[in-house]
Write a protein that binds this ligand. Structure first.
Ligand SMILES: NC(=O)c1ccc[n+]([C@@H]2O[C@H](COP(=O)([O-])OP(=O)(O)OC[C@H]3O[C@@H](n4cnc5c(N)ncnc54)[C@H](OP(=O)(O)O)[C@@H]3O)[C@@H](O)[C@H]2O)c1
Length: 447
């Protein structure tokens, strides 16, 4: 299926036009979606550089490349698992509030069927924000499930080429999420916990809503124990909850559902170095596989992962899945130039429509750093969104970067950043300029 030029010009500029022209010129060599990826046996996790097909990462790289790109998107193995995914993952948390079902299905058609992205991330919590009157838990999984039903009816082999990731919610004192695991839902508020019964109920509910027999990657959205996350950065022992569910209980329940074939691999999210070490130790003690992934906030304006967590991830063979790699759209630079955009369009942007949500990404300090990265992008001849995503792709500990979009032009621009033919790897000079800004304006989005 050829890629249409429908999005050319929406992202604007010479870079986008050259990229689109290159993509179109390559369409002749495309086979059916994902053809050519089957049967390849990837080298071991710590394969020597010579064993990799297109080594581009920095020294110390530990992720493994597939030899066969999917329509220009290279694939990596996640952690020590056998999950082989494109370096770009389609995030879905706008499906159901910011995006209608029709728009969501159009995004899936484009990303998965036309561009060969094979990795989709969702959650029982989605869509966001949960404060929106239209919100109910599981709505996004249902939208995705209806698309999977359509797409796999048209192409029965598609399911086996996809890696579908979902997440169960961690601790919440009072929420309707657990009640929505029942069918029909019980719309009462109750605590959300990571105890064994909750894990099993959440897995069954996600399987039902997605309409699949197995979840490829089942993630714990955040821990049961107290952790400083979502903009809170200072650990306070007085906030600990003495009754938090031990990670060993949660993992034993995951082992049980894995033994039944309902889950293939599992991952953590919004975790700390301490939590990842505890999970790895518990998994080893239980004689089960270790987590394959950790899904944390990570972008040019939130790089805290790259110190201690990167060390733990390396030793534990766990891949990072960055979330909000554009800081929710801030790193597109559009909040710097909002006077230039039509008022109606501006009012649809996430932080205009939901000013309380993730406001740290558009704080004065965050936007000052974005302005500095925008200058670097300009000198490099690319949009700052492309620079931000290509930078995530360049990090050795990143498995696949979870992108998000509300418009098709955004989706195209973001996927292009993971195609080496369209977005060459960032040069050493560009990477050095990025690090210089980071040293001056370190992690403004953590506060
Ligand atoms: N584990 C977790 O706790 C967690 C938390 C957050 C997200 N996630 C996952 O990560 C995924 C991605 O997160 P995210 O949506 O925050 O990612 P993001 O890439 O940081 O932000 C995406 C948003 O930025 C805007 N945007 C995207 N591309 C753009 C472009 N090229 N130009 C201008 N604006 C652009 C769009 O919003 P507007 O059009 O509204 O401006 C879009 O919805 C989610 O869907 C979810 O799967 C996980």
């Amino acid at each position: 299926m050829a890629t249409t030029p429908a999005f050319v010009g929406q992202t604007g500029g010479r870079f986008a036009q050259v990229a689109a022209a290159r993509l179109l010129s390559r369409s002749g060599r495309r086979a059916a979606p994902c053809a050519g990826n089957r049967g390849y046996v990837a080298p071991a996790f710590h394969a020597p550089a010579a064993a990799r097909a297109r080594p581009r990462r920095q020294p110390g790289a530990r992720l493994v490349y597939s030899r066969t790109p999917t329509m220009g998107l290279e694939k990596v193995k996640l952690g020590s698992s056998d999950l082989e995914v494109t370096q770009v993952c389609l995030g879905t948390m706008t499906f159901g509030i910011q995006n209608s079902e029709e728009e969501a299905h159009a995004q899936l058609d484009y990303a998965i069927l036309e561009r060969g992205v094979n990795f989709i991330d969702t959650a029982e919590l989605y869509p966001v924000p949960s404060s929106d009157p239209a919100w109910f838990p599981g709505a996004t999984e249902e939208i995705l499930g209806r698309w999977l039903a359509k797409a796999t009816a048209a192409d029965p082999g598609l399911r086996s080429r996809l890696v579908i990731a979902t997440k169960m919610s961690g601790y919440i004192g009072s929420t309707t999420i657990p009640g929505y695991r029942s069918d029909p839902p019980v719309k009462e508020k109750m605590p959300a916990r990571l105890d064994a019964a909750s894990v099993k109920a959440a897995v069954e509910a996600s399987l039902r809503r997605l309409g699949v027999d197995t979840i490829d990657l089942f993630q714990l959205h955040w821990p049961d124990r107290y952790v400083p996350i979502f903009g809170s950065t200072v650990y306070s022992p007085s906030s600990e909850r003495p009754d938090s569910v031990p990670i060993a209980e949660t993992l034993k329940a995951i082992k049980d559902v894995m033994d039944l074939g309902k889950v293939r691999h599992y991952g953590l999210s919004n975790e700390t170095s301490y939590g990842l070490c505890q999970a790895v130790a518990a998994a080893d003690a239980l004689g089960m596989v270790r987590p394959a992934t950790i899904q944390n906030s990570f972008s040019l304006i939130h790089r805290s992962f790259e110190a201690e967590l990167a060390e733990v991830a390396s030793h534990s063979k766990v891949s990072l899945l960055p979330w909000s790699p554009l800081a929710g759209g801030s790193l597109s630079g559009k909040y710097l130039d909002e006077a230039d955009a039509p008022a109606e369009e501006v009012s649809s942007w996430r932080y205009k429509r939901f000013p309380q949500f993730q406001s740290r990404y558009v704080s004065k300090d965050s936007l000052a750093a974005v302005a500095a990265y925008k200058e670097i992008a300009k000198e490099a001849g690319m949009p700052v969104a492309t620079l931000a995503l290509a930078w995530c792709r360049s990090r050795w500990y990143v498995g696949s970067t979870i992108i998000g979009a509300t418009k098709m032009g955004q989706l195209k621009e973001n996927i292009d950043a993971f195609d080496e033919d369209l977005t060459p790897s960032l040069s050493k000079e560009v990477l050095a300029k990025i690090d210089a800004v980071h040293l001056r304006q370190k992690d403004p989005a953590t506060v």
